[in-house]
Design a protein around this ligand. Structure first.
Ligand code: ADP
Ligand code: MG
Length: 695
C-alpha cells in the first residue's frame, strides 16, 4: 500500500485548483496525468522580471516590469481586425503603448481601466520612436507587483497550455508536496551540501538564474540522485528475490542441439559459440539464471536463444520466448519453427490475437507439456497460461518489458531460468542503470559473409537523385525501405508525412510501393510487411514501426528522411534492417539543414561505423540534455530527473549506496529503510516492495 503521505501526489491533476479536464489533457501531454508528474516537470529556462525602470530609462529589447497609469484605449476601427488594439500609458517620465492583436475589448477594459495604475511585465520594444509592449505576460494591480517582480521559471509547453496555466498548476502541485523523512545517507548528503527533498524540489522550480537550471545544481543533483537510488534499490531487490527463488540444475545431452546445428547452412560465429557456452554453464548451475544477451540486429541472437531453449528441452522441460510485438513474435516463430522441426520438435505460437477455441487448445498443450517450445507476446504470461514445467524463459527486450513482467514470467515455472535478449548494445554505465548487476553475454561480430553497409549523408535538396538511385535499384530487383521522419509529439503528423511520401513515390515509381505505419491495425501491418518480404512490393514507405527486428534479407537500400531528427541508436537500429543478405547494401541519410553540431556529429558517426557498441557509447556522449529523441525505442531506461550523460557518477554512488543499505537492512525495516520504501513509491518502483517480508 502506498504510504498515506504520498496520496495527494498520486491524485489526478484535476484535483489541483484551476485544472479542469481540458487543461488536464494538455498537462498529460507535456508532463503527465497526476500531481506527481507536475513535480517532475522542471523548468528549462528563466525570465528575469526584476528590471523595473521608469519609462524614461527603460531600455528596449529586454524584459521589464513597469508601473504605469492607463491613459486611453484605442480599439481598431470596426471591421479592421488586422489592426491591433492599442492602449496608451504613462508614468510621468514617458509613454508606453500596449499592443494587442485580436484583442477582446471588454477584457482589456476590465484589466486596464482608464485612469488606474497597473503593473505590466513583458518585453519592451522601440517602435517608430516610441516604447511599446506587445501582449504583456502579466498585468496586475500595484498591490500584486511583488508577485511578478522576480526570476520566473519557464517550462516546456505544449499546445493548449499557456505559461500562466502551467505555472499555476505546478505551484498547486508544489503546495501539496509533503515533507518526507530523509532516506538519503547523511554523510553523502552533507558532502554534497544537498538540500532536503522538499526544499530541493521547491528550489528546482524556483531557479534564481541560468545556473540553477544546470543538471549539476545541488537541488537537481539531489533529485536525480533520489531517482537513481530508487531504481538501483529496485533492481537489487529484484535480484535478491531472484536469488532466493531456488534454481534448478538444467543439463542437456546436446542431442537436439546437434540436430539443429547440422541443419544450419552456416557455422556459428565465435561469439555465438561463446555465448552458448556461458548460458549452458549458467543453466547447469544450481542457482537461477538471469542473463542478458546483447548483440546488434543481425548478430544472431535468435539462434543463440534457440540453443538455450533446446538445453531446457533436452533436460525434459519446456522453454518459451516472449517478444514485445506481434510482428516480432511471428518472425521469431518463423525463424525457429523450421530449425526446431529439424530436431523433431513442435513450436507453438501464442499472441493476443489467439482467442476462443484455438487459444484454449494451445493452453492445454502447454499445460500438459505436449509442446516443448512456445513463442509469443505478452499473451504468454497472462494469468491463465500455465506450463507443465517451464525451464527457460527468453525475453526479447528490444523494447523494455520491465522487471515486474520479467518476474511474472519467471513465476510460471519452478526456478525458471531467464535469458533477456536485447538488440540495443548498452554502454557499461547504462548497463548498470537498466539491469543492475545482471550477467551478460555480448555478440560482438556479425555472421560471416555479411558485407559492410555503404552509408552516405546528403542534404534533402538531392532527393531527386536519391529517387533515381532507388528507381535503378528497384529495376535491378532490389528492395528498398523508405523511412519517414519522426515528428515529435504527434503520431498524426508522422502519419501525414508517410502517407504523403507514399503518394508521391507511387506517382514516380509505380504501384509496387507499400506503406506501413503505427496507426494501422496489426493485420494490415502484417499484410504490408508480408507483401514487402514476399513479392507484393519492392519499396516500403514506413514510419519507425519497422525498427523492431523485422527481417527482409532482400532489402538492400534504406533511405531515411530527416535523419537529423533521429537518435543515434535509433538510426543504428533502423539501418540494421538492411545488410542482412549477401548483396551489398546502401543507406542514405537525408537531412534538412542547417545542422546543429550534435546532429552533424551523429550523422558522422553513422557514416563511420556499424559497431553498435561504439555507436551506443557515442550516443551517450553526444546526448545533450533535452536531445533525447527516441529513448523509448532504444530500450534504455527513462528517467524523469536524472540525465545519465551528466549523472553517470551519481549512478555508481547510488548502486553502492543501495547495496550497503540492503546488506545492513535487507527488509528495509530500519528508519532509513522505511523512508526508502517511501522513495520507492515516490518513483513508482514499488512493484518490488511486495518481495519484502513485511511488504
Ligand atoms: P538477431 O536476432 O540478433 O537480430 P538473428 O538471430 O535474427 O539476429 O539472425 C539474423 C540472420 O542471420 C538470420 O537470418 C540468421 O539465420 C542468420 N545467422 C545467424 N547466425 C549466423 C551465422 N553464424 N552465420 C550466418 N548467418 C547467421
Ligand atoms: Mg532476431
Amino acid at each position: 500500500m502506498r504510504p498515506q503521505v504520498l496520496f495527494s501526489l498520486f491524485a489526478p491533476a484535476t484535483k489541483l485548483p484551476g485544472v479542469g479536464p481540458r487543461i488536464a489533457q494538455a498537462l498529460a501531454r507535456v508532463a503527465g496525468e497526476r500531481v506527481v508528474d507536475l513535480l517532475w516537470h522542471l523548468p528549462n529556462g528563466v525570465v528575469d522580471r526584476r528590471y523595473a525602470p521608469s519609462l524614461a530609462d527603460a531600455a528596449a529589447d529586454r524584459v521589464a516590469t513597469l508601473t504605469v497609469t492607463v491613459e486611453a484605449h484605442n480599439p481598431p476601427p470596426p471591421g479592421r481586425g488586422r489592426i491591433p488594439y492599442r492602449i496608451t500609458c504613462t508614468d510621468g517620465t514617458g509613454t508606453l503603448t500596449l499592443v494587442f492583436f485580436h484583442a477582446q475589448g471588454d477584457y482589456l477594459e476590465k484589466a486596464l481601466p482608464v485612469g488606474e495604475q497597473r503593473v505590466v511585465s513583458g518585453r519592451v520594444e522601440q517602435y517608430q520612436g516610441a516604447l511599446q509592449m506587445t501582449h504583456p505576460d502579466h498585468i496586475v494591480p500595484v498591490a500584486e507587483a511583488e508577485s511578478i517582480m522576480r526570476v520566473e521559471p519557464v517550462y516546456p509547453l505544449t499546445a493548449g497550455l499557456t505559461p500562466r496555466t502551467l505555472g499555476k498548476a505546478i505551484q498547486g502541485a508544489l503546495a501539496l508536496a509533503p515533507d518526507l523523512d530523509e532516506w538519503m545517507d547523511g554523510p553523502l548528503k552533507a558532502r554534497h551540501s544537498w538540500p532536503d527533498w522538499r526544499a530541493a524540489l521547491l528550489a528546482a522550480h524556483a531557479p534564481d538564474g541560468q545556473g540553477a537550471l544546470l543538471p549539476t545544481s545541488p537541488e537537481r543533483m539531489r533529485l536525480a540522485y533520489d531517482e537513481l537510488l530508487a531504481s538501483q534499490l529496485a533492481l537489487l531487490l529484484v535480484r535478491a528475490r531472484q536469488r532466493q527463488m531456488p534454481g534448478r540444475i538444467t543439463k542437456g545431452d546436446g542431442a537436439l542441439r546437434a540436430k539443429v546445428l547440422a541443419a544450419l547452412p552456416f557455422t556459428l560465429t565465435a561469439s555465438q559459440s561463446k555465448a552458448i557456452v556461458e548460458i549452458e554453464a549458467d543453466m547447469a548451475g544450481e542457482s537461477r539464471m538471469l542473463r542478458l544477451l546483447q548483440g546488434d540486429v543481425g548478430s544472431g541472437k535468435t539462434l543463440v536463444a534457440l540453443m538455450a531453449m533446446l538445453v531446457a528441452v533436452e533436460a525434459g522441460r519446456q522453454a518459451a520466448m516472449m517478444a514485445p510485438t506481434e510482428i516480432l513474435a511471428r518472425q521469431h516463430y518463423a525463424t525457429i519453427k523450421p530449425l526446431a522441426e529439424a530436431a523433431g520438435l513442435e513450436v507453438l505460437l501464442l499472441t493476443g490475437r489467439d482467442k476462443g477455441k484455438a487459444r484454449a487448445a494451445a493452453l492445454e498443450r502447454l499445460a500438459a507439456g505436449q509442446t516443448a517450445l512456445a513463442v509469443g507476446t505478452h499473451a504468454l504470461f497472462q494469468d491463465d497460461v500455465a506450463f507443465k514445467d517451464l525451464g527457460l524463459a527468453v525475453i526479447d527486450e528490444q523494447h523494455r518489458f520491465g522487471v515486474h513482467q520479467r518476474l511474472t514470467l519467471a513465476g510460471k515455472g519452478r526456478g525458471t531460468d531467464i535469458l533477456v535478449t536485447t538488440a540495443t548494445p548498452i554502454p557499461r554505465t547504462l548497463m548498470l542503470a537498466s539491469y543492475g548487476d545482471m550477467d551478460s553475454s555480448r555478440l560482438t561480430e556479425k555472421p560471416a559473409g555479411r558485407l559492410p553497409i555503404d552509408t552516405r549523408v546528403m542534404p534533402v535538396e538531392r532527393i531527386d537523385q536519391v529517387i533515381e538511385a532507388v528507381r535503378r535499384s528497384m529495376a535491378n530487383g532490389g528492395k528498398v525501405y523508405w523511412v519517414c521522419p519522426l515528428v515529435e509529439d504527434s503520431e498524426v503528423s508522422d502519419l501525414a508525412a508517410a502517407t504523403e511520401r507514399h503518394r508521391a513515390l507511387t506517382a514516380l515509381l509505380g504501384d509496387r510501393v507499400g506503406l506501413v505505419h503505427g496507426r494501422m491495425k496489426a493485420k494490415e501491418k502484417d499484410a504490408a510487411m508480408a507483401a514487402f518480404a514476399g513479392d507484393g512490393s519492392d519499396l516500403l514507405v514506413a514510419t519507425t514501426v519497422i525498427e523492431v527486428g523485422v527481417d527482409v534479407p532482400a532489402a538492400t537500400v534504406m533511405v531515411i528522411e530527416h535523419a537529423e531528427r533521429f537518435g543515434l541508436s535509433q538510426l543504428h537500429q533502423l539501418r540494421g534492417r538492411i545488410g542482412r543478405g549477401s548483396e551489398k547494401s546502401t543507406c542514405l541519410l537525408l537531412y534538412a539543414g542547417p545542422l546543429g553540431q550534435t546532429a552533424r556529429a551523429r550523422l558522422e558517426v553513422m557514416r563511420e561505423t556499424e559497431d553498435g557498441f561504439r555507436i551506443a557509447e557515442e550516443d551517450l556522449r553526444l546526448r545533450g540534455g533535452g536531445e533525447l529523441l527516441g529513448t523509448r525505442q532504444s530500450g534504455l531506461p527513462e528517467f524523469r530527473l536524472a540525465d545519465l550523460a551528466v549523472h553517470a557518477d551519481l549512478l555508481a554512488i547510488a548502486r553502492d549506496d543501495a547495496r550497503l543499505v540492503l546488506e545492513r537492512d535487507a527488509e528495509l525495516e530500519s528508519d532509513r529503510g522505511k523512508a526508502l520504501r517511501t522513495l520507492l513509491y515516490l518513483f513508482e518502483r514499488d512493484a518490488v516492495i511486495r518481495y519484502l517480508r513485511s511488504g
